[in-house]
Design a protein around this ligand. Structure first.
Ligand code: NAP
Length: 256
C-alpha cells in the first residue's frame, strides 16, 4: 500500500525537512504552504531530483498545494487535491504554525490572539479531522498516523515573548492526547513532537532572527537544533517502528 503524507507548512523550516526525509523513506508527499510558492516548489523539485523521477507508477512523487489551513474551505480543497493526485492518505504532519512579535500578555489584542489560535489550533484540528475521515477504519480507511508539531513552549510558557503561542501549543498537546484516545481503536496513532530552539525563519517573525544564538547557552546541550533533527523524530513516530506508541510526546530540545 502506498504511503501518502500531507505536511502542512512544508515549504520551509521543519516542514520542508520533514517532507524531504519522508520522500526519502518512500512517502508520496503533499507540501502544503501559505505564501511561499517558490520555496514549496523548490522542496518538490528536490524530492523529484533525489528520487530520480517525478512519477511513481501513475502518481506524482510530490506535489505543492497552497492552502491556508486556518480556513475550512481551503483545508477541504487541500485534502481533496491529495485524494485526486496522490491517492488514499496514510499520514499527516500537522506542522504549520505561526508566532508574532514578542510581547507581554498585557500588550496582546484579540485580533492577534485570533490569528495565532486560528493558524495553530483551528488549522491543526481541521487537518486532523480530514485525515481521520480518510484513515479511520470507522470510515472504511486502513488506518494511519498523525504527528502534531507542538513546542517546548507548551510547558515553558514563553514569558515576555509569546504566551499566546505557548498556549496554542498547549492546546496541541491536549489535541494529541484526546484524539489519540478517540481513534486508537480505529487504526490511527496520534503523537506529537515538542521542538525546542530550532534554526528556522520563525524567530525572525517574532522580531529576533538570532534568537537561537541568544538562548542556546540556557540549553543543557549548549546549542540550537536543526530542522532535520526534528524531522527524524517525526518520521520515527510515523513509522511502524512506533507501532505501539500513541498519545506520546518526544521533546527535541537538547535537554531544555
Ligand atoms: P517556519 O520556518 O516559519 O515555517 C512555517 C511554515 O508554516 C511555512 O511553510 C509556512 O508557509 C507555513 N504556514 C504558516 N501559516 C500557515 C497557514 N495558515 N496555512 C498553511 N501553512 C502555513 O516555521 P518552523 O520553525 O519550521 O515551525 C514549524 C512548526 O514547528 C510550527 O508549528 C512551530 O510552531 C513549531 N516549532 C518551531 C520551533 C523552532 O524553534 N523553529 C520550536 C518549537 C516548535 P509559507 O512558507 O508559505 O509562509
Amino acid at each position: 500500500m502506498a504511503k501518502v503524507l500531507v505536511v502542512t507548512g512544508g515549504s520551509r523550516g521543519i516542514g520542508a525537512a520533514t517532507a524531504r526525509l519522508a520522500a526519502e523513506r518512500g512517502y508520496a508527499v503533499c507540501v502544503n504552504y501559505l505564501h511561499s510558492q517558490a520555496a514549496a516548489h523548490g522542496v518538490v523539485d528536490s524530492i523529484v531530483q533525489a528520487g530520480g523521477r517525478a512519477m511513481v507508477g501513475d502518481r506524482p512523487r510530490a506535489i505543492a498545494v497552497a492552502a491556508d489551513i486556518s480556513l475550512e474551505d481551503e483545508v477541504l480543497r487541500l485534502f481533496q487535491t491529495v485524494d485526486e493526485q496522490l491517492g488514499p492518505l496514510t499520514a499527516l504532519v500537522n506542522n504549520a504554525g505561526i508566532l508574532e512579535q514578542q510581547r507581554r500578555v498585557d500588550e496582546l489584542d484579540a485580533a492577534r490572539l485570533n490569528r495565532v489560535f486560528a493558524a495553530n489550533v483551528t488549522g491543526s484540528f481541521l487537518c486532523a479531522r480530514e485525515a481521520v475521515k480518510r484513515m479511520s477504519t470507522k470510515y472504511g480507511g486502513v488506518g494511519g498516523a498523525i504527528v502534531n508539531v507542538s513546542s517546548v513552549a507548551a510547558r515553558l510558557g514563553s514569558p515576555g515573548e509569546y504566551v499566546d503561542y505557548a498556549a496554542s501549543k498547549g492546546a496541541i498537546d491536549s489535541l494529541t492526547i484526546g484524539l489519540a484516545k478517540e481513534v486508537a481503536a480505529e487504526g490511527i496513532r496520534v503523537n506529537a513532537v515538542r521542538p525546542g530552539f530550532i534554526y528556522t525563519d520563525i524567530h525572525a517573525r517574532g522580531g529576533e532572527p538570532d534568537r537561537v544564538e541568544r538562548v542556546q547557552s540556557a540549553v543543557p546541550m549548549q546549542r540550537g537544533g536543526q530542522a532535520v533533527e526534528v524531522a527524524q523524530a517525526i518520521l520515527w513516530l510515523l513509522s511502524s517502528e512506533a507501532s505501539y506508541t500513541t498519545g506520546s510526546f518526544i521533546d527535541i530540545a537538547g535537554g531544555k
